[in-house]
Design a protein around this ligand. Sequence first.
Ligand SMILES: [Zn+2]
Length: 216
Amino acid sequence: MHAVDRGPEPPGLKPIRKRLTPRWVAYYRDGKGRKPTDSKWRDFHENVSKVFCSLCAYCEDNCKGDVEHFRPKSKFPEKVYEWTNWVLACPTCNTKKGRRWPTGGYVDPCAQALSAQPESHFDFDTKTGEIIVQTGQTIARRRKADKTITDLGLNTYHHLKARIGWLHLVSKALQGRTADDPANKEIVRLVASRESRLSSITRTYLDEQGYTYDEG
Ligand SMILES: [Zn+2]
């Protein structure tokens, strides 16, 4: 999980938000009317996918994904058509998260403040492939990060297998050449890029191996 800057909302969203949000609020907050069936956020899949570089906002793996509501529709109906509430999520993470919203919420992949971003909450164990809570956190921050990992199943077997398998490939591609070897420059640039899958654990791995890179 890494920080993503969504940028400004796409043109055309504002009138849709104004038109459709009241029904969601009426149903979920005020208990009035029928359950809304619109899902116009799907029309913005391409915009969201581009912002997230076709990577799941939570597990960071390649995905076609779906537009996911970071704050669930049923609990935050006023944010159903808020650009700032949309992330790209793979089917696995999307299903795991569902309607959940614990007290204190989850770590926001699009948080603006540095202290609220994933990089200020998580670390990785490159031996096991696990995402772990950064040391030195307050109890509240630790709970939030831990809840994010647990509820989203970010350390389930298939994620660990994917991360370890990927690091193995990266290590093979680097062929044990030293960090300053020009032959490794392009590979390091590619795998460290936030546009590349699983780049957070990859950067941790590169740090450990003494490589320098531009996060670009
Ligand atoms: Zn995912």
